[in-house]
Structure formats: structure tokens, C-alpha cells
Design a protein around this ligand. Sequence first.
Ligand code: 3HC
Length: 272
Amino acid sequence: MGAGIAEVCARAGLDVVVNEVDEVRAEAGRDRIRASLDRAVRSGKLTGGERAAVLQRVRVSPCFDELADRDVVFEAIAEDETLKTEVFARLDKVVENREAILASNTSSVPIMKLGVATTRPEYVLGVHFFNPVPVLPLVEIVPSLLTADAVRTAAEQLVTEVLGKEIVRSQDRAGFVVNALLIPYLLSAIRMVESGFASPEDIDRGMVLGCAHPMGPLRLADLIGLDTTKSIAESLYEEFKEALYSPPPLLSRMVDAGLLGRKSGRGFHTYS
Ligand code: 3HC
């Protein structure tokens, strides 16, 4: 589970276990949740006491077996089909409640592939949050052909009634609704930089000031992470074989160089 999803669940009063691969990542996860809660306290959305109570409800652990007693699991690892498939096969063995909801926060991997990696595909579906998760209200709900209707309904109730988010429903197609529209737009902006058509600053200013977007496409690609943007583009291209989804070479070279956007300090813009 990602730090943002964990925070939203804990703020809704749920008892949360976050699994990370090792103790270093676990500490980084705890730091991210604390930093986000501090921000909420600073902006008056949370009191100090509430912050402490939320932290009490979150246990971050490098031990996968701690997921055994969960009734709902949100998988939120990197957008890598092989890794995600392995995680679902492990969840199938570890999670004891055979009726637990096994949800993926994927934005592009087919839910069906994750479902059939388990012996209980009727309990597997996509529940896709948006960055920053504590701020953006939307969650996409994506059943596969094998997801049970009752499981989709239970997931929708959890997301809307408990977590307080809004939902849209999508078929199990790469990118679902939002990324299938958003990623070609971000890639077009990257192609504009690549061809020298306009500077990153002017492209972003254009969309913020001319179309009232909260941030321009290159700053948004930096926020999502250029590696994630590229992975989603590759999944879309793999699914639809349409040129508009093909990652431009500049994006690939930036990812090769470790220029991943906000999380690495530099992408199309620089971050301190
Ligand atoms: N965590 C928690 N809260 C955050 C936050 C974060 N990372 N970033 C911002 N916030 C909160 C702030 O605390 C602030 O709350 P307040 O108004 O109560 O004080 C509020 O959000 C606004 O923040 P700021 O004033 O610092 O900055 P902005 O007004 O510029 O908003 C933004 C920042 C919310 C990131 C806004 O620019 C935005 O909505 N951008 C678009 C983001 C977007 O499009 N996300 C979707 C990405 S696609 C995706 O996630 C899918 C995936 O599969 C790729």
C-alpha cells in the first residue's frame, strides 16, 4: 500500500498495515506519512491529537506475512506487470480471509492478469487513486471479467462511504479512463520540448494560464514520476498499438539518466 492510500485509510479510522520490502523503505514510508500529516496539521485540517491517533493506526513493516489477517489489501508497488503478478500470487497464499478484497492501485496493468495469478480472481479488482492521494477526490473502480459483482459493490462502498472519495467505473483496459486520456496529452507536451517547439516553462504556463489546469503537463509528468509515466505509456502502447501512446525518446533518455521528476529532484523542472 502506498503512503498516500495508507494515510487516507488511517484518517478514515481504519487499522492499517503497510508492507515495504525492507526496513530502509519502511522508515521512508513512515517519514512520508508523518510529513503529509504534518502538512495537514499546519494547514489546520488535522489537530495534533488527531495526527497522533492516525499514526497509532498505521503499522509499517517489511514483513509480508503481517498481511495475513487483512480484510482488504491495496497493492501499490511500481507499475511492473511481472512484480505485480508475483505480489498477487503471494497475497493469495498469505491472506487468510478467502473473502478479502485484493485491490490493485495499478494505472495500466490488466486486472485480469492479476486476478488469474491468484486462486480467487473474483475477489481481485482495480482501485486506482490519484496523486496526491490525500488531496484528489477521484478513485477509478475497475473490475475484471472475473470480478464478482458483490466484490465490486463492496469496494465501491468502502471507497465512497468510508474513505470519502468519488468514483468512476472503467472497463479493464490499459490506462482505464483517466490515464488513457491524460498520458497522450503528457507525451504530446514532451514531444513539443523534444522538437524545440516551446520551452517546458512556456508549455506549462500555457496550460495553467490558458486552460486553468492546476499545473502544466510537464510539471504533472514530474509529479507522477517520469519512470511511471513511461511505464504507463508502454502499457498503453502494448494494449492499443497506437502511435500517440508511444513514449518519446526524450522521455526514455531522461529515465535512463535517472531524471525522474520530483522524486529525484530533477525532471523537466528542478526541485529542491
Ligand atoms: N500531500 C498532501 N497534501 C497535499 C500535497 C501532498 N503531496 N500536495 C498538496 N497538498 C495539499 C496542501 O496541503 C494544500 O491543502 P490546503 O489548501 O488545505 O492547505 C492543497 O493540497 C493545495 O496545495 P498547495 O497550495 O501547496 O499547492 P497547489 O494549490 O498548487 O496544489 C496540487 C497542489 C494539489 C498538487 C495541485 O497542483 C493539483 O491538483 N495538481 C494536479 C494533480 C493531478 O493532476 N494529479 C493526477 C495525476 S495522475 C495520477 O495520479 C494517476 C497515476 O496513475 C499516474
